[in-house]
Design a protein around this ligand. Structure first.
Ligand SMILES: Nc1ncnc2c1ncn2[C@@H]1O[C@H](COP(=O)(O)OP(=O)(O)OP(=O)(O)O)[C@@H](O)[C@H]1O
Length: 356
């Protein structure tokens, strides 16, 4: 059993183990200052993201899974350069990037596009779809004639399966369904011809019936355009279906990662096991015992010492509250930050029962 150096390359999917990541976070921490109360002299911060390593590969979907408040959106915003790290580095094709604004940010945004959860909120309601798409096309592909922009718009709409284009370009955002709006926001992201898409809960606000269609669209785009895709979700079942690599985030830290199938089928961290046991599963016997966990994630202003999950963990040992576990390598790209795996062989690494 070995620990993994936090500065090393992280959790590549088996097929791409030797490839270079397109975009990565190396040891990234983000703290947000908390406004001080009157007569309170302490300088307090929200430990939103702590020492996170994450790598995105061309043609691969990497999922970050976690509960509300675990720091998933902050990870996306750091990768999009909307926030600058408190420490650590964001690297695009191996080069450290810091693009807080101006021309450097514009060039970066051409490579790395963010898709948000709420497609309605990201469109100005007073403008048509043609305006929104045309604007991005003119910024990222300067010098094109009106006819070229119009053709590019039709191509993008065809790519996201909104045809005929004329039926959509003249419409205003409120005239479209949630699924159509999310497809338009994907088309708008593609207008920049990016290498990376950061999708922050891209289907969680959509009707269940149309989620699969949007995920299938993203999967097709990843394959056809060789995109590196970050898929942020609280839904571990969708990560299993959709992602190549899965990482699990708890209270600002990544606690487990590896091939999506392994992480979701043979979860090694008690928190991942809790997520799986709490997820709706039509195949599960309704009478089967469910986890009794009623606790919520800890305060990120004053996070627990040692492993941040220890107050909720059914397997907590004295060491867990004293010392933060490093990453233990469980073989085949699978790792977990949990003291349960300190001594065990990879094959025996999992606890016998997730929630006794
Ligand atoms: N700009 C900010 N200023 C202060 N605290 C922030 C800021 N943005 C996020 N936080 C805090 O950082 C922590 C992580 O937030 P984040 O939005 O990244 O979590 P999340 O997992 O994406 O949750 P959700 O799914 O609810 O969006 C939370 O405690 C949040 O309150």
């Amino acid at each position: 059993m070995s620990t993994v150096d936090s500065t090393a390359e992280v959790t590549p999917a088996p097929a791409t183990r030797r490839a270079e990541p397109v975009l990565e976070m190396v040891g990234v921490t983000k703290h947000f200052a908390v406004r001080r109360r009157l007569r309170d002299r302490r300088r307090r911060v929200v430990h939103a993201v702590e020492n996170v390593d994450l790598a995105l590969y061309a043609g691969q979907v990497t999922a970050v899974i976690g509960e509300s408040g675990s720091g998933k959106s902050t990870v996306a915003r750091l990768l999009a350069q909307l926030y600058q790290p408190t420490s650590g580095e964001i690297r695009l094709r191996g080069k450290a990037v810091r693009a807080p604004g101006g021309r450097r940010l514009r060039a970066y945004v051409g490579q790395v596009q963010l898709i948000l959860q709420d497609p309605f909120g990201s469109f100005n309601p007073v403008h048509t779809i043609a305006y929104h798409l045309g604007r991005v096309l003119r910024i990222h592909r300067p010098g094109q004639s009106s006819a070229q922009v119009e053709q590019a718009m039709a191509d993008l709409l065809a790519e996201v399966r909104l045809t005929p284009a004329a039926q959509f370009t003249a419409k205003y955002p409120h005239e479209l369904s949630g699924g159509q709006r999310q497809r338009i926001s994907i088309a708008r992201a593609l207008a920049a011809d990016p290498a990376v898409l950061l999708a922050d809960e891209p289907v969680s606000m959509l009707d269940v019936s149309i989620r699969l269609g949007v995920l299938n669209l993203l999967a097709r785009l990843v394959a056809e355009r060789n995109l590196a895709l970050l898929y942020i979700t609280h839904d571990i079942a969708s990560a299993r279906y959709f992602a190549d690599t899965a990482t699990v985030m708890y209270a600002g830290q990544l606690v487990e990662g590896g091939p999506a199938e392994t992480v979701t089928q043979r979860a090694a961290h008690p928190y991942t096991q809790l997520l799986i046991a709490s997820a709706p599963d039509p195949d599960r016997d309704a009478a089967a015992p469910r986890p009794a966990d009623k606790a919520s994630p800890p305060s990120l202003i004053d996070p627990p010492a040692g492993c941040r999950f220890h107050p909720r963990c059914p397997f907590a040992m004295p060491k867990c509250s004293a010392e933060a576990p490093p990453r233990f390598d469980l073989g085949d790209g699978h790792w977990a930050r949990c003291w349960l795996h300190e001594q065990a062989q990879p094959q025996q690494a999992q606890p016998q029962q997730a929630h006794p």
